[in-house]
Design a protein around this ligand. Structure first.
Ligand code: NI
Length: 261
């Protein structure tokens, strides 16, 4: 059967999580009905393996493998070899979710930085893009990225910040991921920033089950809701939904090399 290319791509979701144990298949079918593909990002080793299994089971579902900063204390030198092995699966399209989180501090900051740097280097070695989490850690994140001999391609997940920060990430070669918070009423400043950011450097995300966009804010998120982020972006930029979906999907396909599977 010929695989139909999806119109929208949610470049960051966590459908391996227990939140979907009762209805994972229905959630994925709903996304497919809305012509929405997604990349399932790993949070640790077992989540990364589940990500691959999920991606192998459905068309237009892809996998990221990585250690989230919350889990960084469990990251060790043998993790990299395991990821090298896992990256041989064709559905693996990213090293993610990686990054820093100084808001929750679920792992010691030193461990977070170690895991982040090691995974940035792994991404360069494997020529895979990264999906980067950043919460209350912008200064260290930028310092680390700028001190790398090579910055991998990638996306700043759920970008939050002003135009200058967006530009700084774009200058490093990164894309910016937009998710539910752009639809929140309290985030007018983010909306103003997004209006100015170049569409050619934006991709869409949900971070399912978290960050649910309006009008479903407060409920569990799912990849099919990425259309609400796309609609808000179209509204903010005063352009059509079609231009937003075509451009962000093309950006995602290029960045994550989704064309051949
Ligand atoms: Ni995430």
């Amino acid at each position: 059967m010929k695989q139909v290319k999806p119109k929208l791509i949610d470049t960051h979701a966590h459908l391996d999580m227990g939140h979907y144990d009762d209805d994972r298949e229905e959630v994925i079918e709903r996304a497919m009905k809305k012509s929405t593909g997604f990349i399932n990002m790993g949070l640790d080793l077992s989540s990364s393996k589940k990500s691959i299994e999920l991606a192998k089971s459905y068309d237009n579902v892809y996998a990221g493998i990585g250690f989230h900063p919350h889990e960084a204390s469990k990251f060790n030198s043998s993790t990299l070899d395991k990821f090298r092995e896992l990256s041989k699966h064709k559905v693996v399209k990213a090293i993610g979710e990686i990054g820093l989180d100084y808001y929750r501090d679920n792992s010691p900051r030193r461990k977070q930085r170690e895991a982040f740097v090691a995974q940035l280097e792994l991404a360069c070695e494997l020529e895979l893009p990264v999906s980067v989490h950043n919460r209350d850690s912008t200064e260290d994140l930028l310092r680390i990225l700028k001190s790398q001999t090579e910055v991998p391609a990638g996306v700043v997940h759920s970008f939050f910040g002003d135009y200058d920060l967006g530009e700084e990430f774009i200058d490093l070669g990164l894309y910016l991921g937009l998710s539910g918070p752009v639809t929140f009423d309290g985030n007018k400043r983010l909306g103003e920033t997004v209006k100015e950011l170049p569409l050619e450097r934006l991709v869409l995300e949900t971070d399912s089950p978290f960050l649910t966009p309006a009008p479903n804010r407060g409920k569990r998120n799912e990849p099919g809701y990425v259309e609400f982020v796309a609609k808000e972006l179209a509204y903010l930029k005063d352009i059509s939904f079609e231009v937003v979906s075509e451009t962000t999907t093309r950006n995602a396909r290029r960045l994550f090399d989704l064309n051949e599977c």
